[in-house]
Design a protein around this ligand. Sequence first.
Ligand code: PLP
Length: 395
Amino acid sequence: MLDDILPLAPTALRHFANPRAEHGPWPARLDAVLDAASFAEAGEEIRRWEDYSPTPLVSLAALAAGAGVAAIDYKDESSRFGLGSFKALGGAYAVLRLLMRETGLPAATVRSGDGAQHTHKITVVTATDGNHGRSVAWGAARFGCQCRIYIHAGVSDYREAAMRELGAEVVRVAGNYDVSVQRAAADAEANGWFVVSDTSWPGYVELPRHVMAGYGVMLDEVVEQLATSAPLTHVFVQGGVGGLAAAVAARLWMRYGASRPTLVVVEPDRADCLYRSAVNAGPVRVDITEETVMAGLSCGEVSMLAWSVLETAADHFLTITDDNVATAMRFLASTGASPVRAGESAVAGLCGFIQSVTDPALASVLGLDGKSRVLLLGTEGVTDPGIYEAMIAPA
Ligand SMILES: Cc1ncc(COP(=O)(O)O)c(C=O)c1O
């Protein structure tokens, strides 16, 4: 019985089936947003980095049996480059690409740090809720440039300290994530610094495109790890600005073609910009009035590039409340032989999946049944030990 394994409360869930979702082969027009060559180039580069190794794909077999599906695989990103999240793949790669562009040096020279006499004059800046900033700070330290990180009022002290330890100057602004994005952009403009953002807007797409291409490494690993299994049928992926979901959608669509899995985007109901944009058939800005516990997903504005993929590559949009996050984290921490330490932003997909599969009408609309093979992206591990311990403490 699923209730004995992972008893989630049947809290409010909003669902929107995307009428603009397309199937068939990867649409050539979307190559202008993300193409196979960019994914391949990012993959070749990142796999050369010292300390690179694929992250584990954990089979949640007992949960799959309880949920009545054929398989659930959880891609555990907690060990990615020692930074605690999948974001390690994106921001650092975009820093490398920026430094190549600005200095004219080849990737090998920037990668080795041998170009530091040129790169040290360059300052990269970004706004972050923690994970992206850590990746940018790590890339800046590795490749030898200056780094300033903008965080909003709600970012934890631990996450701030982690970025300082990597050598970044950290600036805390009053307001929410979107305010920190605007401040980083304004300061960069005034000082000749370079914004390395994981979100995009009109006129700012080059580096976020590299960020998303970097995320593709995670999906290529999944395809390799599942090479001998039956193909995936469903992916439940959490959304902030949508960069992750778009990279997941695009890479899997390119790899699986017309038999691509059904893509379900899951967001906190307090930061549901992707859901609302889907309902509205175009980007909608959400004013975040109350922060969700899923800090990495607390974004009010979609990434323009990501949206241009998701508007046809995402099949369903779901919103969840914060109520089940701690239960899902506790469940993963106690999964028998291979416990998983998942951060609060990593389990939205799991919560969305369990709540869908336990609602017969929704399960049927999503096509979840005994043949379903589900991928969950465990996008972060313990990125703040204090928050993690407090959340997994017995209820
Ligand atoms: C752990 C984690 N998961 C998921 C996301 C969502 O990624 P995106 O903002 O690209 O949608 C983030 C974003 O910061 C994150 O930190």
